[in-house]
Ligand binder design. Sequence first.
Ligand code: NAP
Length: 254
Amino acid sequence: MKRIAIVAGASSGMGMEFVKQIKEEFKNLDEIWVIARRTERLEKLADELSTETCEIVCLSIDLTDARQRERFARALHEEKPYIKVLVNAAGYGKVGSFSEMSRKDLTGMAELNCVALTDMTHMCLKYMKKGSVIFQFASAAAFLPQPRFAVYAATKSYVLSLSRALNRECKKKGILVTTICPGPVNTEFFEIAEKTGTIKSYKKLVMVEAQRVVAKAISDAKYGKTISVYGFTMKAGRLLAKLVPHELLIRFFG
Ligand SMILES: NC(=O)c1ccc[n+]([C@@H]2O[C@H](COP(=O)([O-])OP(=O)(O)OC[C@H]3O[C@@H](n4cnc5c(N)ncnc54)[C@H](OP(=O)(O)O)[C@@H]3O)[C@@H](O)[C@H]2O)c1
């Protein structure tokens, strides 16, 4: 039985960074399956990182397409691997007022960030056992509703809620679910987010590098932490959202 890791959203940003760090941190993996739509990016990553003992296997899949996810389910069924690590990093957010944004943009976020993540997690879970880890990308946006980023923040609240509950369900099996809640990170995320509007400038002032967020998440998982928040600013934000009435915070930050 092959020991594998699976990274969804591996063609850029934090997903790609995860592939690099998993290779170093999780020894004895036979393969890392990398998933995204941009095949050439995945193949470049495979060329760079594949070794004789650990192959990077490229799967070009649009995760919002249920039929393409079915292809992934079949690949799992045929291989019957032991999944040591699953990273659900495929996701995007688009900024803008709810009423002015297109239905496609709004529902697309929910389809990728929520539906696809749920399906991926469910498909992979039956190939996991004691010692397996699931990394779910939520966001600091999960802590507080965000006007003009409303659907994105709501999708991330969904991921955080789902993953915390799932972690509890998985405890008996010895499987850990670590949910990552970053603030602004320097990736292609912002290019996509700003196609429909402008992100508040204070967010860009607290931007951090993907490498650090991923390293912190892997380290947090080693300590069995269920939520990983990188940096003082986002930790303070999380605390604020626990202590101060949300209506006040939304008025101030919204
Ligand atoms: N950057 C931030 O500030 C930030 C902060 C908090 C949370 N997050 C979350 O962190 C996660 C990673 O984001 P990132 O910053 O690394 O963004 P990114 O650089 O834009 O990467 C997003 C990844 O998702 C993949 N993806 C997008 N649509 C897909 C689809 N339909 N099917 C399959 N793959 C798809 C992209 O690949 P293809 O385009 O090749 O398909 C890419 O590999 C996301 O869930 C994001 O919401 C980001």
